[in-house]
Write a protein that binds this ligand. Structure first.
Ligand code: A3P
Length: 279
């Protein structure tokens, strides 16, 4: 059981991504007021993109601007981003080493969103099984092995997350880390910290409205035809369940232990699913 993808020097990426878009892109022009949302796939990218766009615009509805300008570093033609108004909110799944250097030179704002790797594994599995482009037919067990060994687009969760956490912790770049689980459990305080980092002025009232507007149910309702058409089952490939802990419905005891062993190798504490990156 495997997934068809491209490879560059051990880095795996989807077949529909132009190779130059995963190569540091020396010609990409970042802007100081860009906001780069960094995630491993299935860690809440769309949710964070909606939240940040609303915060930046200081509005409580997903405006035309949001619908038109959902930039993805690997997919959106660079010419489109070059001509886009500031501030641009751009998402990427690239590891730190493959980010266009200009983001670092410009000291653009960078938000790293992380989610419990166990839930990410399940979400990624369901995504690959439901996405027409990938059409993964294997079992969760087969997918779990790909997840553990990093034989997936964007390699392993660990390679990705630690490439960024290392930099965030070193203080080389001012990177703001947000956990999916914290957004779920303490939206308002998590998002007001984010507003501080982004230096956007938002009232507590507006943040409450943004919370309602970006709830799982509301975002699922405003699903675009584009996302629907990408799916095999006619449901959304993105808005599936939106909960914490769905992994318990999928993992065998042996898989729990296997993932815990890998987490421990990376310095993550055992049995602490919530503080999975705290040390
Ligand atoms: P599940 O598959 O566990 O449901 P990404 O946007 O990075 O592809 O992440 C998709 C995951 O985020 C999916 O997880 C999806 O349901 C969840 N998600 C998307 N919007 C959400 C929201 N508004 N609130 C909570 N979870 C959300």
């Amino acid at each position: 059981e495997s997934i068809t993808m491209q490879e560059d020097a051990g880095f795996y990426f989807s077949t529909n991504i132009p190779t130059e878009n995963i190569m540091k892109n020396p010609s990409f022009q970042a802007r100081r007021d860009d906001i780069l949302i960094v995630t491993y796939p299935k860690s809440g990218t769309h949710w964070m993109q909606a939240i940040v766009n609303l915060m930046v615009e200081n509005v409580d509805d997903l405006s035309e601007r949001y619908k038109q300008y959902q930039y993805h570093l690997e997919y959106t033609p660079h010419q489109v981003m070059d001509n886009a108004p500031s501030p641009r909110v751009i998402c990427t799944h690239l590891p730190f080493e493959r980010i266009p250097l200009d983001f670092l030179r410009e000291k653009s704002r960078i938000v790293l969103c992380v989610r419990n790797p166990r839930d990410v594994a399940v979400s990624y599995f369901r995504f690959c099984a439901n996405l027409k482009d990938i059409d993964y037919r294997g079992s969760f067990g087969g997918f779990f092995n790909l997840f553990i060994t990093g034989k997936l687009p964007y390699n392993s969760w660990f390679d990705h997350v630690f490439s960024w956490l290392k930099v965030a912790r070193s203080g080389r770049q001012n990177i703001h880390v947000v956990r999916y689980e914290d957004l779920k459990q303490g939206f308002l305080s998590t998002v007001s910290d984010l507003a501080c980092y982004l230096k956007v002025d938002t009232s507590p009232e507006l943040l409450e409205k943004i919370q309602k507007r970006t709830s799982f149910e509301n975002m699922k309702l405003s699903l675009s035809d584009y996302l629907r058409e990408m799916s095999i089952n006619g449901q959304s490939v993105i808005f599936r369940k939106g909960t914490v802990g769905d992994w318990r419905n999928y993992f065998s005891p042996a898989q729990v232990t296997m993932l815990e062993d890998v987490m421990e190798e990376w310095g993550l504490h055992k049995n602490k699913s919530i503080s999975f990156y705290d040390e």
